[in-house]
Design a protein around this ligand. Structure first.
Ligand code: SAM
Length: 213
């Protein structure tokens, strides 16, 4: 993702605590209180500019969503979308995914979405991939029993690596598509990257995996 410095991002984020939750560690184990509802919680790790979660939150008003994005200048775009749409079931966290266990307790989350995660192609950077085993362990510690990860990417190497990583971790492979846009999968909400890459002719890979507790 190309990062443009936006010095006003920090102030705009601070001015909108109803959308970008400040001090998220305070809500660990208590996210239902933040949304004021008992609805399931789905999070997207590496949410980018928020197109996917805004679409999902509109499509599924009875599910609560949290987008996790570490860069202020990127989450600003998601915030601007959210201000426009005023969706009560979508919040954002401006944090690094490496720290998720500070913000979520076991059973807080019902599903994790990973969309077009950075591929980190060099072998020595494998630990940074959001589907590396330490991340899978972290997701397990915040998900409900039987919780799921839904993953999309245009990167064949990352997809193959992730399928192996999921399988070695003991996750159940529930669904797999090697060409999502030519499949019969219904209700797909496109991410920014998905739109960009599919317009260039890239094929999109998608899978759903489940923790067997
Ligand atoms: N999901 C969006 C999409 O599909 O259009 C954005 C994809 S972009 C390639 C990956 C995003 O993940 C970037 O915005 C990046 O800043 C974010 N990201 C990567 N590693 C992260 C981490 N450890 N914590 C939070 N966000 C992260």
């Amino acid at each position: 993702m190309r990062l443009r410095n936006k010095p006003w991002a920090k102030d705009k984020i601070a001015e909108n605590p109803q959308y970008v939750v400040p001090n998220p560690a305070e809500y660990k184990g208590n996210w239902k209180e933040v949304f004021g509802s008992e609805n399931p919680l789905h999070i997207e790790v590496g949410t980018g500019k928020g197109q996917f979660l805004v679409g999902m939150a509109k499509q599924n008003p009875h599910i609560n969503y949290i987008g996790i994005e570490m860069y202020e200048s990127v989450i600003l775009s998601a915030l601007e979308r959210l201000i426009e749409e005023e969706l009560p079931n979508l919040k954002l966290l401006n944090v690094d995914a490496n720290q998720l266990s500070e913000f979520f307790a076991k059973n807080d989350v019902d599903r994790v979405y990973l969309n077009f995660s950075d591929p980190w192609p060099k072998k020595r950077h494998a630990k940074r991939r959001l589907t590396y085993k330490t991340f899978l362990s972290m997701y397990e510690n915040l998900l409900v029993d039987g919780g799921e990860i839904h993953f999309k990417t245009d990167n064949q190497e990352l997809f193959e690596y992730s399928l192996t990583s999921f399988s070695e971790y003991g996750l159940l492979l529930k669904y797999i598509s090697l060409d999502l846009h030519k499949s019969d999968f219904e209700g797909n909400v496109m991410t920014e990257y998905e739109e960009k890459f599919s317009q260039k002719g890239s094929r999109i890979y998608r899978c759903e995996v489940k923790y067997l507790n």
